[in-house]
Design a protein around this ligand. Sequence first.
Ligand SMILES: NC(=O)c1ccc[n+]([C@@H]2O[C@H](COP(=O)([O-])OP(=O)(O)OC[C@H]3O[C@@H](n4cnc5c(N)ncnc54)[C@H](O)[C@@H]3O)[C@@H](O)[C@H]2O)c1
Length: 297
Amino acid sequence: MVQTVSVIGAGTMGNGIAHVFAQNGFAVNLIDVSAQQLEKAIATIAKNLERQIAKGTITEEQKQKALSNITTITDLTDGVRKAELVVEAATENTELKLKIFKQLDEVTPSSTILASNTSSISITKIAAVTKRPELVIGMHFMNPVPVMKLVEIINGYSTNKGVTEKIIELSKQLGKVPCVVNDYPGFIANKILMPMINEAIYSLYEGIAGIEEIDTIMKLGMAHPMGPLQLADFIGLDVCLSILKVLHDGFGNPKYAPCPLLVNMVTAGKLGVKSGEGFYSYVEGSKELAVSGRFRK
Ligand SMILES: NC(=O)c1ccc[n+]([C@@H]2O[C@H](COP(=O)([O-])OP(=O)(O)OC[C@H]3O[C@@H](n4cnc5c(N)ncnc54)[C@H](O)[C@@H]3O)[C@@H](O)[C@H]2O)c1
């Protein structure tokens, strides 16, 4: 049974992944190249555990225990030496991930399972730079990790059945619901979500409806908690564009071609929540959802 986990990358996803493993009794080594990012991650985890206490789902003692299960480290080799499982959640960049997995293959015990939280990079491609492709798998958590129930498990071309079974069990131990899919561009989550977002942007671009109308129709008509344009802002328009390009290149099908409006917005630096403006404008500290001035009628 897996007890020691190393998480690589302490950003948005890495801190959430470390949080859920630590809360469920695993010893976690949280690794990042940036010491400042590690400090920020621990502060975020502590704040999110506080929120769980306020909701009555955990106790102060459980919070302290979870925090004490996490060790932060800037040296990758030191951080993975004893890991039974590594979950990589570093920046979404193919060259970087290939370099990390090559190194992991050299410095972890030969039985260590190597998982990636990538949203769009081929698990088979990542596995191919290691000498243990049968132990490489996708473990795609959703944002925010402590809240979202799904783990999309991605079998690479060579992933061993026993490894998939272990990751299914482990996901259940974290209180998550695992779903296993095969390794094709966008896996399932993004192969279905991104064309929907792209179609919403096309509908705006073609003047069929405005931002509020498109989002309201999908919220009230389809019971989606958030409209596709607001969701795109939340994910980051640059991230949406890059995943659409992966789908377009990977399947060679024009139906995945990114909408020119999306391309223009990313070029103009309008990336959604993180840049303060996308389809909506975001003011720090305000929860009001206001359509960006660029799209107001
Ligand atoms: N943000 C999301 O909603 C989301 C959802 C699902 C999956 N993902 C995937 O999760 C991964 C991480 O995304 P994120 O949004 O957390 O990114 P992020 O930019 O918030 O964090 C990435 C972290 O990786 C660190 N890093 C970079 N190079 C490193 C290295 N060599 N060793 C150790 N750490 C390194 C950075 O310092 C940074 O702290 C990506 O593969 C992304 O596709 C993201």
